[in-house]
Every structure is written in C-alpha cells, then in structure tokens.
Design a protein around this ligand. Structure first.
Ligand SMILES: NC(=O)c1ccc[n+]([C@@H]2O[C@H](COP(=O)([O-])OP(=O)(O)OC[C@H]3O[C@@H](n4cnc5c(N)ncnc54)[C@H](OP(=O)(O)O)[C@@H]3O)[C@@H](O)[C@H]2O)c1
Length: 299
C-alpha cells in the first residue's frame, strides 16, 4: 500500500519537473548516493538503515573515526548489496561543502538525497554559555544545513528528482530557556525547509523536515542536560522508531513530519498556545539548575 501512495506522492511532487538533459547526462555514469550528515550514531545511523533498503549508495559523515567505522561495518554487513562510504568531516567547517563536493566526484558518486541530520546541543543559561559551544551550534545546526542545502538543491532541480530531509525538533516551535541557542537553531531548520518546499513545489524534489520529541541517544548527555526534568518526565522514543516514521513520511511526500504520538499531539498544541503559557513550562522542563553567572549560587 505504501508503495502505491509513494508513487502517487512522487507524481504529484513531480508535476512541474523539468529535467535538463545535460544535468541528467552529467550523472549517467555516477552512482546516486544518500548523503547523511551525522550518520555514525543515533537518529542518523537509524536513518541510514532505513535508506539502505532503497539506495544504491550511502555516505555517512561524522567527526569521530571509530564510531564512523563501526557504523559502516554494521550497515555493510546488513545490506551487502549497497555501497557504504564514510567521510570523516566536521560539517561546521566553512569549506565543508567544497570538501564534500570534491570527495563525491572522486568517489564517482552524486548526492541524490541529502539528510541534514548532524546536530549539537547546548544546555544551561545563555548568559553562562561557552562561546565556542555556541559557535558549534550555529555552525552545525544552522550554517551547515543552509550551505549544504544550497549546494545540492540546484542540481536536484535540474535533474527533476532528489530529496532533502532535515532533522529539526519539537523544540523548533517554542523558545527554549536553558537550551536557547539550540531551540532557536531548530526553528531555523523548520522555517528554511518549509520556505524552500514552497519555492520548489512540483519540481520533483522532496523537501521534508522532521520534528522529533525526546529521543534516546547520546545527544542529551553530550550537552550535559541529563539533570533536566524533561529527561525524567518525558518518555524518549528510540532512534529506530523515529527513523522508521521519518522515512514513511518522507516516502509519502509530507513536508512536516511528526515521528510518533508525542510530536503528533504536541505540534498543533504548540502552534496554537501562546508563548506566555508554553515558555514557563518548557523552562521548568529544561532547567538544569546551573547559575546565570559563575558567581551566583546554583539553584
Ligand atoms: N536526541 C533527541 O532527543 C533529539 C530530539 C530532536 C531532534 N534531535 C536532532 O536529531 C539529530 C541527531 O541527533 P541524535 O540524537 O541522533 O544525536 P547523536 O547520537 O549525538 O548523533 C549526532 C551525530 O551527528 C554527528 N555530528 C555532530 N556534529 C557534527 C559535525 N559538526 N560534523 C559532522 N558530524 C557531526 C555525530 O558524530 P560525531 O560527534 O562523531 O561528529 C553523530 O553522528 C540532531 O540534529 C538533533 O538536534 C535529537
């Protein structure tokens, strides 16, 4: 059934597609790849397993060699029929786009689907935030998403096919005291994705954004948020379930994907309720008790 619905969605999304013969010919001898940033763990790795069922090649990008190696071995073992290629790279580097483009050419691959998944968080009061951590959130969650999307989209439009799936968060819909920069960065991803989807409607390229609630990955510990109340009050979904639902929504041509019951219920509520009501609740859930200034007493 889902195959039929996917075909219907593809026809609708391609109703104004204008494949250019030169663009199609340029990739005739290359292998189409699904390029997944942050593909070595958590949601990105789970998405790699989903895409591996349909793709000819998967490219996993991350910064830590041993985790990347483990992810490649796991994927290649489970899906021996496809190419799995690791690229060790910090996508927050200003030259990341050029590095990826040159590397794909060298490997005789081209980006058919881009998954903007890599993301980092930062928890604690904004006034006490580490400036380098703040830069990392902006470089990874905002700049890299915009630059990579800008780099890959024109060729996809010229071929009249392709897709860009970006991982945002439920936090995109509300300001997040104690994770202020992270929540704002995810709002950027939703806004960018929905705007581009409208611009390219019907031209054959799927543009989708996923808004997960809490997911059980290393993400929370890495930003030192394990002490926050949301980790105790909100049940975290598994990355595998989030990835399976994201893939389903992507295949069905959805623009905004709510992966699971919490996001499905929360998205309309968060869009309707005023921030005066929601922000204090979010602040209570995200607070780790760290002080606003180094000299202040911890709460
Ligand atoms: N976990 C949640 O509750 C949750 C909820 C909503 C949305 N999300 C979003 O889901 C996405 C994936 O998060 P996750 O929970 O799966 O976290 P994760 O397990 O920490 O995975 C993050 C992945 O991104 C990679 N990465 C991080 N920064 C990178 C950079 N600058 N360049 C290249 N790779 C980078 C990491 O590998 P290296 O560190 O080795 O580079 C890792 O592969 C993020 O965008 C996150 O904001 C997560």
């Amino acid at each position: 059934m889902i195959d039929i619905l996917e075909n219907v969605a593809t026809r609708w999304l391609s109703r104004r597609a204008e494949p250019q013969p030169t663009a199609v010919a340029a990739v005739r001898d290359l292998t189409p790849a699904v390029v997944i940033t942050g593909g070595s763990s958590g949601i990105g790795l789970a998405l790699a397993h989903q895409f591996a069922k349909y793709a000819q090649a998967i490219v996993l990008i991350a910064r830590t060699q041993n985790r990347l190696d483990r992810a490649v071995i796991a994927l290649a073992t489970e899906y021996p029929g496809i190419r799995v290629e690791p690229l060790l790279l910090d996508i927050g580097r200003p030259d990341a786009v050029e590095i990826i483009a040159a590397w794909l050419t060298e490997k005789r691959l081209y980006c058919d689907v881009l998954v903007n998944n890599a993301g980092v968080g930062q928890s604690g009061p904004f006034s006490a935030s580490d400036p380098s951590g703040l830069d990392a959130v902006i470089a990874t969650n905002i700049a890299a998403v915009a630059r990579l999307t800008r780099a890959m989209l024109p060729d996809m439009l010229a071929r009249g096919r392709g897709g860009i799936l970006s991982i945002s968060s439920l936090g995109a819909l509300i300001p997040g005291p104690h994770q202020a920069t992270y929540y704002a960065s995810k709002a950027f991803v939703v806004s960018l994705s929905e705007a581009i989807r409208s611009e390219v409607a019907g031209r054959g390229v799927r543009i989708a954004v996923v808004l997960p609630g809490p997911v059980e990955t290393r993400f929370h510990a890495r930003m030192n948020a394990e002490g926050a109340l949301y980790r105790h009050f909100l049940k975290a979904a598994s990355p595998e379930r989030v990835a399976a639902l994201a893939m389903r929504g992507y295949r069905l041509g959805r623009g905004v994907i709510a992966p699971g019951m919490i996001p499905t219920l929360a998205i309309p509520v968060l869009r309707i309720l005023p921030h005066a009501v929601t922000v204090p609740v979010v602040r209570w859930l995200l607070d780790t008790g760290r002080p606003l200034l180094p000299g202040d007493r911890a709460r």
